[in-house]
Design a binder for this molecule. Structure first.
Ligand code: NVA
Length: 312
């Protein structure tokens, strides 16, 4: 494994990495997972500041425990300092943290906070979810697909549900890696034009087939189906739940959809809203559901990112 292949300054958005860099991260993550002892001093003496503007279970715990497994130290910063940019400027937050930390992990409401941190920090910044992207999740998901299918390049992946940070990251990473990707969202709930055109450009470079449809019956044959909550963190008050439930009901991922598409794997980033975007029976189906493998791979994927950014 050559760390040169994963040579990047920050981990902010999926389209900022090329295919070789993502493939190197997947390979490194699987190596750390298989041989954790080899890396148990990789972050010795290094400290990581973790800013969370939003709630978190998997991201918080997988970063904290993953950093400990690499011999480093993680500091959790919750909302005691308020929303980024309110008590002090994002630029000052970044410059202050850079005095102490070797890297900054941040979960923020607005992508521009992540961009501001990266612009002004003198240490690497990792996006732990914002309104536009969730790259740590997408990395874990492609590690999981690599483990479940013998050849990632032949996998057909579909995302069914709300066009959000998770679907943006997945479609950008799929297009970069050359993985065929079908995005199925109810009309009016798809991604932005900018996100669609970035994905189409990446897919045309890699040769991947990217399809966007609002017709669930047009989903076609798939190997894996992915879904996420219909209302994301921060959107709870902006969206009318009754309207969402009515619009999204035909888009529930359940055993019937798995049968129609022929998919053998179902994925979810969690937290799941059972009986909304996914049926409880499918979420709990140990033959089809890889949701806890995805959750575990969050830790190994992030470890690969941290080792690439910080290891001497
Ligand atoms: N789209 C969800 C992902 C949670 C991990 C959200 O932003 O709330």
């Amino acid at each position: 494994m050559s760390l040169q292949q994963t040579n990047f300054a920050h981990f902010l958005a999926d389209d900022q990495l090329n295919k070789a860099q993502i493939e190197a991260l997947i390979a490194l993550a699987i190596d750390i997972k298989q041989q954790p002892k080899k890396y148990n001093q990789a972050l010795a003496g290094k400290s990581v500041a973790m800013i969370f503007e939003k709630p978190s279970l998997r991201t918080h715990v997988s970063f904290d425990m993953g950093i400990a497994k690499l011999g480093g130290h993680a500091l959790y910063l919750g909302q005691q300092n308020g929303k980024l940019g309110e008590r002090e400027r994002v630029s000052d937050y970044a410059k202050n943290l850079s005095c102490y930390a070797d890297a900054i992990v941040a979960r923020v409401f607005e992508n521009q906070s992540i961009e501001g941190l990266a612009q002004h920090a003198s240490v690497p910044v990792i996006n732990a979810l914002c309104d536009l992207y969730h790259p740590c999740q997408a990395l874990a998901d492609f590690i999981t697909l690599t483990e479940n299918f013998s050849d990632l390049s032949t996998v057909k992946l579909a995302y069914v549900g709300d066009g959000n940070n998770v679907s943006n990251s997945l479609m950008l990473m799929a297009a970069t890696l050359g993985v065929d990707f079908t995005l199925v969202c109810p009309s009016g709930f798809g991604p932005s034009e900018a996100m669609l055109s970035k994905t189409e450009q990446l897919a045309s470079n890699s040769g991947a087939v990217f399809t966007f449809t609002t017709d669930i019956d047009a989903i076609g044959q798939q190997d894996a189906i992915y879904t996420d909550t219909w209302i994301s963190m921060g959107d709870e008050n902006a969206k009318d739940k009754a309207t969402i439930l009515a619009n999204f009901a035909p888009f529930q991922v359940n055993h019937q959809l798995m049968e129609t598409t022929g998919a053998s794997v179902v994925m979810h980033c969690q937290p799941a809203h059972l009986e909304e975007e996914i049926s409880t029976a499918l979420f709990d189906d140990e033959q089809l559901s890889v949701v806890f493998q995805q959750a575990e791979n969050r830790m190994w994927g992030q470890a690969a990112v941290l080792v690439s950014l910080l290891a001497d």
